[in-house]
Design a protein around this ligand. Structure first.
Ligand code: SF4
Length: 491
């Protein structure tokens, strides 16, 4: 029977099975028609499309990306890394080691890491910031909330009278907001995502104003990172030309974040700053690397130190003659006043904090400076010294060495315990010349002590003193020099 069954099966059932198979095949969805498959395909295509669009967008931005991109979506770390050339994989260990062991030269930009951080923070260093047009209102409300009156009312209540504009002595230029860092404390919210930058026309206009404003003593360049703004070098060179041709006292000041000196493309910056005699104002929030990096960004401490080393290689931070003494305001902040001084007046030695602008102006007026009989310059004895700029007659006063502190006038028999204040523009500059000194110390009525010529001194001659004589006359204030100190001058 089996054959029969088989025959039945093969003859009678087989076609039905074949039909069922055929129906099953015809009712089963094709893989590309399955809803899940379709979803996967659509998603993949959308993903690929997005990637392609992003690549195209990135490529387009990449073509124009310079310092100052504004779009964090296009200016991703990938684009920034491609532009700035970050370290290859596997070099991270070396990078970590470098954190401990300072290596003088970084070859890569800080910007990709800053962008990574910014992505994490949502693209801004100040999530609570408000639009500029709302800022006044928001601040006024915040002050009102703590009971602080508006500024004008505050002045009026205290009888301060009308505020009058004084003479402009500092031209401070915010050259742009682009920066290779994005510090959490940045009050202008600078970062690599900011693109606001001074135009060439404004740069030229600023130089015109500087040239035609003879009272301006300081050109103060800030940003962002001023060095990364397109007009920075033109501003510096233009100001240096004004200084060198007609305004020797003009000071060019660059507020430098130090890490900018290591950015690709800025290799010549330290030499450029030095060549144009630009003063650097830089700050580190802390001597502790971790604290600094938390505030200013990853590896900023390490790179700041490297930046300082690059500046030192150019001669910054070294003892020069004369040295600038930045006279502080009475509240300790930086003023526009700076004096030519000598290393042994300045920190970390004996800098006297009593000398603020207020006290300097009391003893060293613009007229005094214009009519001075001396200048601070290179000495043939040692370092810096006092050089006569005009003939000085025997008995003439040359410069004030120290003044009495006003507190000492009521000090009675303790008055001598109150220290004298050696002047930063003259006080510690006269060099020792035992047995051949051409000047001595004389106390004037009022307690100021002057260097006075002991004989006629010719223009160009160095003014010298005898510390032994001075120590004899003012034992609590002057020490004799070591016997080994020699002097090449003979009377
Ligand atoms: S370096 Fe200066 S300008 Fe740049 S983000 Fe920091 S504080 Fe702002």
């Amino acid at each position: 029977m089996a054959p029969r069954l088989a025959g039945d099966f093969s003859a009678g059932m087989a076609p039905r099975v074949a039909e069922l198979k055929s129906e099953a095949v015809s009712t089963m969805a094709k893989p590309w028609e399955h809803p899940f498959t379709v979803a996967v395909v659509v998603a993949t295509m959308a993903g690929v499309g997005a990637v392609v669009l992003r690549m195209l967008h990135g490529w387009r931005r990449g073509q124009v990306f310079e310092y100052g991109s504004t779009d964090i979506l296009s200016m991703t770390k990938a684009a920034a890394k491609a532009f700035h050339g970050v370290e290859k994989k596997g070099s991270q260990g070396a990078s970590r080691k470098r954190h401990k062991m300072l290596i003088p030269k970084e070859k890569t930009s800080l910007i990709p890491e800053v962008l990574e951080d910014l992505e994490e923070w949502g693209g801004t260093t100040a999530p609570d910031s408000v639009a500029p047009e709302q800022e006044l209102d928001v601040r006024a409300k915040a002050l009102a909330a703590v009971g602080a009156p508006p500024f004008k009312r505050f002045l009026k209540d205290r009888g301060a009278g009308e505020l009058l504009r004084g003479r402009c002595e500092v031209l401070q230029l915010n050259t742009g907001l682009y920066c290779n860092q994005a510090c959490t404390h940045c009050h202008v919210e600078s970062s690599p995502l900011r693109s606001e930058m001074m135009s060439d026309e404004v740069v030229e206009r600023c130089l015109y104003l500087l040239k035609n404003s003879p009272h301006v003593k300081v050109l103060d360049l800030t940003g962002g990172a001023p060095e990364l703004q397109s007009g920075f070098r033109r501003l510096v060179e233009g100001a240096a030309a004004i200084r060198d041709s007609e305004r020797p006292e003009l000071r060019i000041l660059d507020r430098c974040n130090l890490t900018v000196l290591l950015e690709p493309g800025q290799e010549e910056l330290p030499a450029f700053l030095r060549k144009n005699r630009v003063d650097i104002v830089a700050s580190l929030p802390s001597y502790d690397a971790d604290q600094t990096d938390r505030q200013r960004g990853r590896r900023v401490f390490e790179r700041s130190i490297q930046g300082l080393q690059l500046l030192n290689d150019q001669g910054y931070g070294k003892v020069t003659c004369p040295m600038d003494f930045d006279v502080p305001l009475p509240d300790g902040h930086l003023s526009t006043m700076h004096l030519k001084s000598v290393a042994n007046f300045l920190e970390p030695k004996v800098q006297d904090k009593w000398w603020t602008t207020e006290h300097v102006e009391q003893y060293w007026t613009d007229d005094d400076a214009a009519n001075a009989k001396f200048r601070i310059g290179k000495s043939k004895i040692a370092g810096c010294g006092v050089l006569a700029t005009k003939p000085i007659k025997k008995g003439e006063q040359v410069g004030i060495v120290w003044v009495k502190d006003p507190l000492s006038y009521g000090g009675g028999r303790f008055a001598d315990l109150i220290p004298r204040h050696f002047t930063p523009w003259f006080g510690r500059a006269v060099n020792h010349c035992k047995g051949h000194a051409n000047s001595g110390l004389v106390e004037a009525p009022g307690g100021a002590v002057w260097t006075v010529a002991k004989r006629d001194i010719a223009a160009g001659e160095e003014v010298t003193g005898d510390y032994g004589e001075a120590a004899h006359d003012f034992p609590k204030l002057v020490e004799d020099a070591p016997a080994s100190w020699t002097c090449p001058f003979k009377n």
